[in-house]
Design a protein around this ligand. Structure first.
Ligand SMILES: C[S@@+](CC[C@H](N)C(=O)[O-])C[C@H]1O[C@@H](n2cnc3c(N)ncnc32)[C@H](O)[C@@H]1O
Length: 265
């Protein structure tokens, strides 16, 4: 049971419980209490629809302005590709990079409950650094910033307005160890920073993901790492040519992620 300023004895057991908080327009102090609580990120039911609805409410409670940012991106993309779809709008405005402009943000991003599950399975130790490669609005940073107070997070994302919105929320919530950075991961000048944990959710084309995996492999020669991969696409690329990654956990049922480890001696 949570003790919020305006809602003492708050339970988060059903979507209705979350909706009550969403409609209340919480003060910052209450938002800070919520982000530090595991229950806030747990879906009331473990099915895909409820998981996404739960994430949608959590986003509203936190104050993410997805609709505004994505509509602005779509409007800009229409200038390049008037009849485009979410398959083509992103590449049309972002030099061929698949940024999924126009895709529902609840499909674009990993649900909070799955992020929580991933982080719990990783058994993160203090001071470990986590990187999300293609981080969209940086949801993982909210969960790490709230629950893992001795860890740091960096999200690399091509689309600047998404980066700015993530950083705005981090700043408001006081998540100073979390940061979103504008970066094209396929840029020839980009060097993969060292981290303990890398997270990727089908961020780009085959050659981009393959290139990123090769950069992570170079890090694995220096230190032990864990790589969390979400989405069938990236898992297929790993199966076809990245045997240096050892599969440690394969998501069950509706879990769409796998966890790999590597330390190449
Ligand atoms: C499927 S979303 C995943 C978002 C986030 N990792 C999550 O799981 O919630 C992939 C993101 O990668 C970004 N992306 C695609 N190509 C990229 C590139 N070359 N460099 C950086 N980001 C890229 C897209 O704009 C999109 O926001």
């Amino acid at each position: 049971m949570l003790q919020l300023e305006f809602f003492p004895r708050t339970e988060l057991k059903s979507l209705t419980d979350f909706q009550k908080l969403e409609l209340a327009g919480l003060c910052l102090a209450d938002k800070k209490i919520l982000i530090e609580s595991c229950e806030f990120y747990q879906t009331p039911k473990a099915n895909d629809v409820i998981r996404r609805q739960h994430s949608n409410i959590v986003d509203h409670i936190l104050g993410f302005r997805f609709k505004y940012v994505e509509e602005m991106l779509i409007a800009e993309a229409r200038g390049f590709d008037p009849d485009g779809s979410c398959e083509t709008l992103g590449p049309s405005m972002h030099q061929g990079i698949q940024t999924w402009v126009g895709l529902d943000v609840q499909i674009l991003q990993t649900p909070y409950s799955e992020i929580l599950r991933i982080l719990q399975l990783l058994k993160i130790r203090p001071y470990q650094h986590i990187i999300d490669l293609g981080s969209a609005y940086g949801r993982m940073g909210v969960v790490i910033g709230g629950l893992y107070i001795k860890n740091s997070f960096m999200g690399f994302e091509y689309v600047k307005p998404r980066v700015d919105e993530g950083n705005r929320i981090y700043k408001e919530l006081g998540l100073s160890r979390c940061q979103q950075v504008v970066q094209d991961l396929y840029d020839k000048n980009f060097k993969m920073p060292e981290a303990d944990i890398y997270f990727m959710y089908d961020y780009g084309q085959v050659e981009h993901i393959d290139h990123t995996l090769k950069q992570i492999e170079a890090v694995a020669y220096k230190r032990p790492i864990k790589v969390v991969v979400r989405g069938k696409f990236t898992k297929g690329i790993i199966a076809q040519g990245h045997e240096w990654l050892e599969l440690k956990y394969e998501g069950k049922l509706e879990e769409l992620f796998s966890i790999y480890t590597a330390y190449i001696n």
